[in-house]
Structure formats: structure tokens, C-alpha cells
Design a protein around this ligand. Structure first.
Ligand code: ZN
Length: 159
């Protein structure tokens, strides 16, 4: 009897994030950004990050699309804010494992609200929607390294 009520609790949490997304806006003075889309479903996410000393100080997004993609990116921004880049990338890997049906990750409280998406692993077509926010995160963090390199090469040129 507990399983149906738990499932509906997770569905409510997904809808709650979809209707009241966390960290939805743009950032002044962001250091990295990325735009990703999932044409199959029509989902789009643009993410902006402000990094300081390898820590995600601020992370925000704008996006449109289905409830799974938008709730997932809202949950992701809540969980990775304040984490180091390495921790965030590690979390992205853990979330991908959960989408493959890993029950150990689905029970890990450090995954926060993202655990509500555990049921998506049973619907292969929707997994891409759930992963889209983390795709944007990975892409943005890779770009940030390029930005850093540019800054260093500019400094070298000045000296
Ligand atoms: Zn979608």
C-alpha cells in the first residue's frame, strides 16, 4: 500500500518544481553558459553559472518544454548550488545511473528532490528529458574551462 502513495508524492514534487521552478532567471556576470535541446520532445534549456574558485556560487536557467525536463533542471540547480565542479560532475554521473534503474542512487538522500525522478527510468523515451539539465551543466562546465584559458592567454599577452 505504501508504493502508490510514494509514487503520487514524487509526481506531486515533479509538478511542484514544474509550476514553481527554482533558480529560474538569468545571472548578471555569469562565467559559463550552455544551451541544449531535445528536439524529440521540444525541450530547451539555457543554463548560466557563476563560478568562483571552482565552486558553483550561482546557477540559473531559462527553459521550456515538458514537466520532466523543466522539473529536472529546477531540481538539479537546487542540488548543485554550492558544490565544486568535480562534485557536480560526479552528481551528473550518479543521476545518469539512477536513470538506468540504479536503486542505490534512488535511495541516496544527497540526491535531494532529484530522487523524485527515479520512476522515469521505466520510461526510456522520457529519460532524455530528465537528463537534459545535466547535459547543460556538463556543457557549461566544459565551456568555463575554455573561458579561463582565454583569460590566462589574454593576461599573458598584456604582460
Ligand atoms: Zn521532454
Amino acid at each position: 500500500m505504501t508504493e502508490p502513495s510514494l509514487t503520487s508524492l514524487y509526481q506531486q514534487l515533479i509538478l511542484e518544481h514544474y509550476r514553481n521552478p527554482r533558480n529560474q532567471s538569468e545571472i548578471e556576470g555569469y562565467t559559463a553558459e550552455a544551451h541544449v535541446s531535445n528536439p524529440v520532445c521540444g525541450d530547451e534549456i539555457c543554463i548560466q553559472i557563476r563560478l568562483a574558485e571552482d565552486v558553483i556560487k550561482e546557477i540559473r536557467f531559462v527553459g521550456k518544454g515538458c514537466s520532466i525536463s523543466q522539473a529536472s533542471v529546477s531540481m538539479m540547480t537546487s542540488v548543485v548550488k554550492g558544490k565544486s565542479c568535480d562534485q557536480a560532475i560526479q552528481l551528473a554521473g550518479r543521476f545518469a545511473d539512477m536513470m538506468k534503474g540504479n536503486q542505490e542512487v534512488a535511495a541516496d538522500i544527497s540526491m535531494g528532490d532529484l530522487r523524485a525522478l527515479r520512476g522515469v527510468s521505466k520510461f526510456p523515451v522520457r529519460i532524455k528529458c530528465a537528463l537534459l539539465g545535466f547535459d547543460a551543466l556538463r556543457k557549461a562546465l566544459q565551456k568555463d574551462q575554455d573561458v579561463d584559458r582565454n583569460v590566462y592567454s589574454k593576461r599573458e599577452m598584456i604582460q
